[in-house]
Design a protein around this ligand. Structure first.
Ligand SMILES: CC(C)(COP(=O)(O)OP(=O)(O)OC[C@H]1O[C@@H](n2cnc3c(N)ncnc32)[C@H](O)[C@@H]1OP(=O)(O)O)[C@@H](O)C(=O)NCCC(=O)NCCS
Length: 223
């Protein structure tokens, strides 16, 4: 049985613990959190054992797997890179009710919520958070460190670049039929809750509405 530490003791951390606890191939040993007020706290019988400085010691003790449970894409990505560099293997936390095609490919370190559907020939990166009830249709690609919020719908032939944030209930749909027509969501773009995106979204753009239009551009260096 592989021993796992969850990085992040907030709501997402609790969700990951809930998904992993019934599994008999992994054992969650506790949380890591950088908030000093969290260290020593206990949630559902799992202790916040320390901050990032404890990682090498945990690894030496045989805790070799980890997953980052932090919503912010940039921070989640940074911590995942640090964990890998420290020798941890990143594991996925996939809710048992998620329906994932055997013909879909999924990377490492992702949290996939209840009722999520991922269809055939989709290629999903690493360190994603995919909220409950999200639907990712066939022949779609999703980069690393992406967040797909609860209930969003990604139609077939959509490409979402790394770091993008897709808000709750948003719908991403290529406007034109046909295999050659794809919809592209740029790196670090933000799609507002409830938006219907029919046209390509440039990197760092924030889009909202039905149909979605550009509201502003975000600072690519900001968290
Ligand atoms: C898109 C978003 C990031 C924009 O945030 P922001 O830059 O702070 O925008 P503001 O709140 O300042 O709003 C600016 C304008 O856009 C409008 N707007 C903001 N979000 C909108 C949305 N989702 N749909 C339609 N219009 C929206 C506001 O009404 C406002 O319009 P006004 O200028 O006419 O008053 C944010 O509103 C959003 O939708 N976040 C997603 C939240 C979510 O899905 N969370 C899920 C977590 S699991």
């Amino acid at each position: 049985m592989e021993k796992v530490v969850i990085y992040g003791a907030g709501q997402l951390g609790a969700m990951v613990a809930c998904i992993l606890s019934p599994r008999n191939d992994v054992q969650v040993v506790g949380f890591i959190d950088d908030d000093p007020h969290q260290v020593g706290q206990q949630y559902d019988g799992l202790k916040v054992v320390g901050d990032a400085s404890l990682l090498p010691q945990l690894h030496q003790q045989g805790i070799t797997a980890a997953i980052v449970a932090i919503g912010n894409n940039r921070i989640r990505g940074r911590i995942a890179t640090h964990l890998t560099a420290t020798g941890f293997e990143l594991i996925n936390a996939i809710h048992p009710t998620a329906n994932i095609s055997k013909k879909a490919r999924i990377g490492k370190g992702s949290i996939i919520g209840a009722g999520t559907i991922i269809c055939s020939n989709s290629v999903i990166g690493s360190n994603l958070y995919i909220g409950p009830g999200a639907v990712i249709s066939h022949d779609t690609s999703v980069g690393d460190n992406v967040l797909l919020s609860v209930g969003c719908v990604v139609a077939a032939r959509v490409d979402i670049a790394s770091g993008a944030f897709i808000g709750a209930g948003a719908r991403l749909v290529p406007a034109e039929w046909g295999r050659e027509n794809r919809l592209r969501i740029g790196e670090n773009a933000v799609v507002g809750a409830g938006a219907v995106v029919l046209k390509d979204v440039p990197p760092n753009a924030v889009v909202v509405g039905v149909p979605a239009r550009i509201l502003r551009y975000r600072d690519p260096e900001a968290n």
